[in-house]
Ligand binder design. Structure first.
Ligand SMILES: C[S@@+](CC[C@H](N)C(=O)[O-])C[C@H]1O[C@@H](n2cnc3c(N)ncnc32)[C@H](O)[C@@H]1O
Length: 324
């Protein structure tokens, strides 16, 4: 199947020229044919894939924005509109902004909103995606400020922590994570938080542990976790749990592992988290995790740990603990 990035290259190549900034591209070989390309990707596995292809890539907006900006817009709307606002503010007037998104993951809506607020110079529906190209006007319409406001960090009052559109569980505490927190014992020694997000689980672990190491693939979530939890007794690692080695050995690992690969449920990711948790724990160390009740993690836990306990099942989730 043709990727979203390849679809945009194939259909709108006439507009891709000069200095190009590409937001959230997939690691597509033909990106190498764009001579002056800078990519932006905050998700570590995607960032690493682009870097391995020798594409210049940053986890945050590059210092120099090209006169052409291409965006693979994400499904999360506030994040998508925030990216559009950033692109429009940073690029020069007269430059081309290209956007693509799958029809059922926001594409129809994003194309419509662009059409309502800008002069669209090219529009197409292809490979179940919407494509739109606009010329950056000299004066931006008022809606751009609204998009910026909508993409700001949001206080999760129940936890007194900031979250951000585009990061996991923005604006609320996830039900599974809340269940884990309810049953988490007072952990001592060093604790690793796998997929720590904006710091919800680490916040509680920090009240009893001597140190917490927070590992997270989403660069934006890491930045927010730093704002939320500061630097005392905590270290942050922008890290892909599935492919990158962890140097330390821990007394405990806590996690609410991801189980989605873009739109599809994929328990392999959780299994990978469990295997790497086993490797990162000292003998006698504890794993505390939460998962949707239907996810089949017990077998892999039993194969990697001395003992496994089903702590609780409630609200569609289960809390599991295991000793190395
Ligand atoms: C279900 S969320 C849990 C977030 C947080 N611990 C909480 O309970 O609110 C899973 C987190 O894992 C992160 N993640 C996904 N894939 C990852 C990977 N390969 N390596 C590290 N973190 C990853 C996601 O960005 C997300 O923040």
């Amino acid at each position: 199947m043709t990727s979203v990035t390849q679809t945009l290259i194939d259909r709108a190549s006439a507009y891709i020229g000069g200095d190009v900034t590409w937001v959230l591209p997939e690691a597509e070989a033909s990106l190498r044919n764009i001579p002056k390309l800078n990519a932006l990707h905050p998700f570590r596995p995607a960032f690493l894939a682009l870097q391995n292809m020798k594409v210049a890539v940053n986890p945050e907006w590059p210092a120099h924005t090209g006169s052409t900006v291409a965006l693979n817009l994400p499904r999360q709307a506030e994040w998508a509109f925030g990216l559009l606002a950033q692109a429009l503010e940073k690029m020069p007037a007269g430059g081309h902004l290209l956007m693509i998104a799958p029809n059922d993951l926001g594409g129809k809506r994003y194309a419509k909103v662009l059409d309502e607020n800008f002069d669209v110079v090219f529009a197409e529906s292809k490979n179940h995606c919407r494509i739109a190209v606009i010329t950056r006007p000299a004066v931006l319409p008022d809606i751009v400020q609204k998009w910026k406001d909508g993409a700001r960090a949001l206080l999760v009052t129940a936890a007194d922590l900031l979250s951000l559109p585009g990061t996991f569980s923005h604006g609320r505490v996830d039900t599974g994570s809340a269940l884990l927190l309810e049953h988490l014992p007072a952990l001592t020694g060093t604790v690793a938080d796998f997929g720590g997000g904006w710091g919800l689980l680490a916040q509680q672990a920090l009240t009893t542990a001597s140190r917490v190491d927070l590992f997270e693939a989403d660069y934006n979530a890491i930045q927010l976790a730093k704002r939320n939890l500061g630097e005392k007794n905590i270290q942050y690692f922008w890290h892909d749990i599935l492919t990158e080695k962890i140097a330390g050995k821990y007394d405990a690992v806590i996690m609410n592992p991801p189980f989605h690969d873009l739109a599809d449920a994929n328990p392999e990711i959780g299994r990978g988290f469990i295997e790497n948790a086993a490797t990162a724990l000292k003998t006698g160390g504890q794993l505390w995790m939460v998962a949707n009740t239907h996810l089949p993690y017990e077998e892999i836990l039993k194969s990697q740990f001395k003992s496994v306990t089903n702590v609780v099942r409630a609200k569609g989730f289960k809390v599991l603990s295991a000793v190395k």
